[in-house]
Design a binder for this molecule. Structure first.
Ligand SMILES: [Fe+2]
Length: 193
């Protein structure tokens, strides 16, 4: 499956522009994490296929609207759509792993990364939206870290899930914020932020 095929599928499956943008944001963070972790673990290169990591980010919530009536099926409808398209097991398992109601164990870096990137993207978006200009360019690492510790702020962005960066990826929170913020700033036009 190519990035273009994945992007087309996401647009087909998701009507909400906000959810499409969320997919793009997590794609950007995943690609950045892939590069970062490949540098750290330079002997395990087969695990770090940037396009594959990006596709998992793009499609992780693709069935969100289709499972509205039965959220316990979240990611399973995407799996059903992806199988006939020949998506790899790594992509399908990666998508399922972001949702611990479906796949509780995270068995490789890709699966750990999408779990943490999902909620980090939500936190950074929320921080941008409370800036006077609502722009990612005026968001700083410090401001995101500060809001991270303010539990009442954007409580949907699960702090425990974001902290998988430290527990499971060995990336300190502040560094993860820096990676994710830069990745999202790089596509700010597409995100409209
Ligand atoms: Fe998500």
């Amino acid at each position: 499956m190519t990035r273009n095929e994945a992007h087309n599928l996401m647009i087909q499956m998701l009507k909400s522009k906000n959810l499409q943008k969320h997919g793009l944001a997590v794609e950007a963070i995943m690609r950045a994490l892939c590069k970062y972790l490949q540098n750290v673990h330079d002997r395990e290169q087969n695990e770090f296929d940037e396009e594959e990591w990006g596709i998992v980010g793009l499609l992780h919530d693709a069935d969100y609207e289709l499972v509205e009536k039965d959220p316990t099926r979240h990611t399973l409808v995407t799996e059903e759509k992806l199988r006939p398209l020949g998506a790899s097991e790594r992509i399908i398992n990666g998508i399922k792993a972001h949702h611990d109601g479906i796949k509780a164990s995270r068995d490789n870096y890709l699966e750990k990364a999408v779990y943490a990137a999902d909620d980090m993207s939500g936190l950074i978006t929320a921080v941008a939206l409370v800036r006077p200009d609502k722009k990612l360019s005026s968001v700083t690492v410090d401001s995101v870290v500060k809001k991270f510790h303010q539990k009442s702020f954007a409580s949907g962005a699960k702090r425990e899930q974001i902290l998988a960066c430290e527990r499971e990826l060995d990336i300190p929170l502040e560094e993860f914020v820096g990676i994710a913020l830069k990745a999202m700033q790089g596509i700010s036009d597409q995100l409209g932020l």
